[in-house]
Design a binder for this molecule. Structure first.
Ligand code: FAD
Ligand code: NAD
Length: 468
């Protein structure tokens, strides 16, 4: 039986990063993945394919709506070739997943294809696709089995017309009307893809605002811009049934007033969150405990109740984000190597890759209010930037929340072009516990969207934004 210092179950961004870091630190490492491609949800059916479709559909929208204004004329009609778009997306996915295989080889990590299942706390049975089982032994084991789409108890997902994000990434036709249950990250990103491609899109959200965990100013601004893009929103709606009748799906909900309303669509995307995935792992054989919503319970070192078994990423508590999973993979590897790593969960940024992009780090205004922290706000609109006008992406703003007494930056919330990349400045500043004035005094290249960060910091420091 082959023995390892570490075996990682699951090859998503948590698992493969953990494996690489373990190998870098000199541990003999194996990774087990049930699918034939590495990279997990993120690379196969998550971050990468959704961004590929967001980018393709964005190009199409620009060609149809904005090229003319830029003085670019296209003779004839601009058309979508959905099949080609999906094929390109798959090409990007394939290239990226092969890249992970390359990294495994480079770092001399043994890859096992098969379902990993605990035999006991130090042995894993790997059930391979050919029906055979191989057992390996590992001193330490990292559970990185991720998550799967959640649904509602009364919904029968048929994966044809009543679908999750996985199917929405490979549709064979452009829906006439897509009803999306859930105005969170997936619903809005994929809703925007299909809206741009020509579908009517209706988002039905249970709460009274979209992206309800983010700062409410971002919810308002994103909804305003998406309404301009003709996405329809039904907030404060409690969906109670989803029924397929032939090629139609009928979605029934109670609205805010308690009245029953229904929507008819040809596709219904269910995007109400994701849940931890531990099926087939046989956690009981190792004695590993779970907590609420089936997540693997861990302590602050991401160690389970069984001392040589750790868990990371979507399968444990916290934000379900690829970069959070990656940080945790690194953390566990370094703990195993005897180091003392640390993650500041408050500084894990969140991004919605709609256009305009939405990005945030630190505390929201709602959280500061609830905690009774005295704060000040500096906000700067994108439309006041020369760069925004040059590219005609003028929607959005940067908002900085700073401590009223110390001026320390407590939260940065932004919406606008390229905010997914801009947020890193805020993360860096907050990692170094910068004050708003620290940011305000840094030179920001002109003309850039980043100037909005400086201006918002100036506004927070002393209400002294320069360009408004
Ligand atoms: P996963 O990526 O889910 O990987 C777990 C792996 O474990 C899978 O490959 C699975 O097959 C394997 N596995 C499970 N059980 C076993 C077993 N018993 N044996 C062997 N293998 C097993 N996050 C972002 O940060 N940015 C984004 O832009 C973003 N976009 C997303 C878009 C969509 C449509 C979706 C669905 C998700 C998106 N996410 C995004 C979330 C992100 O994909 C997850 O947070 C991330 O993949 C979690 O990583 P993980 O390593 O914990 O698990
Ligand atoms: P989410 O938690 O972001 O949003 C789910 C939404 O559904 C929420 O707004 C919630 O209020 C709503 N909802 C829940 N029950 C409902 C009901 N019965 N009726 C109507 N609305 C209901 O979840 P998601 O969008 O499914 O995404 C899943 C996970 O994947 C998230 O945790 C997210 O972090 C991750 N993800 C991240 C990105 C990114 O980082 N850009 C992109 C996609 C997915």
């Amino acid at each position: 039986m082959t023995q390892y210092d570490v075996a990682v179950i699951g090859s998503g961004p948590g698992g493969y990063v953990a494996a690489i870091r373990c190998a870098q630190l000199g541990m003999k490492t194996a990774i087990i993945e049930k699918y034939s491609t590495l990279g997990g949800t993120c690379l196969n059916v998550g971050c990468i394919p959704s961004k590929a479709l967001l980018d393709s559909s964005h190009h199409y929208e620009d060609a149809v709506k904005h090229f003319e204004e830029h003085g670019i004329e296209i003779p004839g009609e601009v058309k979508v070739n959905l099949e080609k778009m999906i094929t390109r997306k798959q090409g990007v996915v394939d290239m990226t997943t092969k890249g992970i295989q390359f990294l495994m080889d480079k770092n001399k990590i043994t890859v096992y294809e098969g379902l990993g299942s605990f035999k006991d706390a130090t042995h894993i049975d790997i059930k391979k696709n050919d029906g055979s089982t191989e057992t390996i032994e590992a001193k330490n084991i990292i559970i990185a089995t991720g998550s799967k789409p959640s649904t509602l108890p009364f919904i029968a997902l048929d994966k044809e017309r009543i679908i999750t994000s996985t199917e929405a990434l490979k549709l064979k036709e452009i829906p006439k009307h897509m009803v999306i249950i859930g105005g969170g990250v997936i619903g809005l990103e994929l809703g925007q893809v299909y809206k741009r491609l020509g579908s009517e899109v209706t988002v039905v959200e249970f709460m009274d605002r979209i992206i309800p965990t983010m700062d409410s100013a971002l919810s308002k601004e994103l909804m305003k811009t998406m309404k301009k893009q003709k996405v329809k929103f039904q907030l404060s709606h409690k969906v109670k049934s989803v029924e397929r009748k032939g090629d139609e799906v009928i979605i029934t909900a109670d609205n805010k007033k308690g009245e029953e309303v229904s929507f008819t669509a040809d596709y219904c995307l269910v995007a109400v969150g994701r849940s931890a995935y531990t099926e087939g792992l046989n956690l009981e054989a190792a004695g590993v405990q779970t907590e609420d919503r089936g997540r693997v319970a861990v302590n602050e070192h991401l160690q389970t109740n069984v001392s040589n078994i750790y868990a990371i990423g979507d399968v444990i508590k916290g934000a379900m984000l690829a970069h959070k999973a990656e940080e945790e993979g690194t953390l566990v590897a370094e703990i195993l190597a005897g180091q003392k790593p640390h993650i500041d969960y408050n500084l894990i940024p969140g991004v919605v890759y709609t256009w305009p992009e939405v990005a945030a780090v630190g505390k929201t205004e709602e959280e500061l209010k609830e905690a009774g922290v005295a704060y000040k706000v500096g906000q700067f609109p994108m439309r006041a930037l020369g760069r925004a006008r040059a590219s005609m992406d003028i929607d959005g703003f940067v908002k900085i929340l700073a401590d009223k007494e110390t001026d320390e930056v407590l939260g940065v919330h932004m919406i606008g072009a390229r905010c997914a990349d801009l947020i890193t400045e805020a993360v860096t500043a907050m990692e170094f516990r910068a004050s708003a004035e620290d940011i305000a005094r840094m030179s920001h290249a002109h003309p850039t969207y980043a100037e909005a960060v400086k201006e918002a910091a100036l506004a927070a420091t002393d209400d002294r934004a320069l360009h408004i």
